[in-house]
Design a protein around this ligand. Sequence first.
Ligand SMILES: O=C([C@H](O)CO)[C@H](O)[C@H](O)COP(=O)(O)O
Length: 210
Amino acid sequence: MKLQLALDLVNIPEGIEVVKEVQEYIDIVEIGTPVIINEGLRAVKEMKEAFPSLEVLADLKIMDAGGYEIMKASEAGADIITVLGATDDATIIGAVEEAKKQGKSILVDMINVKDIEQRAKELDALGVDYICVHTGYDLQAAGKNSFEELAIIKRVVKNAKTAIAGGIKLSTLPEVIKEQPDLVIVGGGITGQSDKQAAAAEMKKLISQG
Ligand SMILES: O=C([C@H](O)CO)[C@H](O)[C@H](O)COP(=O)(O)O
C-alpha cells in the first residue's frame, strides 16, 4: 500500500517545502487540480526536478482530449495522470493508449460516478492503471466519505490497482487500511497539521503495519 501526498492549497515553493518535510514517508506527490489551475504544468515539472526519486501525479481530472492532455502532462514529467471516470470511453481509450506510449500510468477518479460498480468494471476492462474512489471537498463538507465505495471497487476490480481519496485523516486511516487499497491519497490530513512530518510518519507507520 502506497501513500500519496496531495498538494492542493499551496504555490510551487510552498509545495516543495512541504515535500522536503515529509519526503521519506510518502511514495507519490500529487500536484493538485487547484495548483495546476494556478501554476500550470510548470508545477509538475518543478516538483519532478526537485524530487526525482518520488513519483509525481498530475491531478488534471481529464474529461476530454484524453490523448493530447496525457501527452502534455507526460512531457512535464508526470508519472501518473488523472482522468475522470464520468467521461466517455473514447476519452479513456485515448488516454490509456497515450499513457502506454509514454510509459506513464492513468488514475481514474470516480468522483460523481453514480454506478460505481458498473463503471469500475468497464474501466478495469479498458486497461486503466488505478481506479480511485473520491469524495471531493464539496461533499466532504456535507459529511460524506468513500469508504463504502472502496469496498465495492475492491470486490469488482480485477486488474487495476485501487485507490481512495477525500478527507482521509489519521483518525479514519485505520478504516481505510482495513480494505487494503493499493494507494491512499491524503491532502489536508497532512498539509493541514501543525506537525506535518509527524502526521505523515504516523500514517506511513500505520500503512506499513497494514
Ligand atoms: O483531488 C482533490 C480535490 O478534488 C481538490 O483538487 C484532493 O487532492 C483530494 O481530495 C485529497 O485531498 P484531501 O481531501 O484534502 O485529503
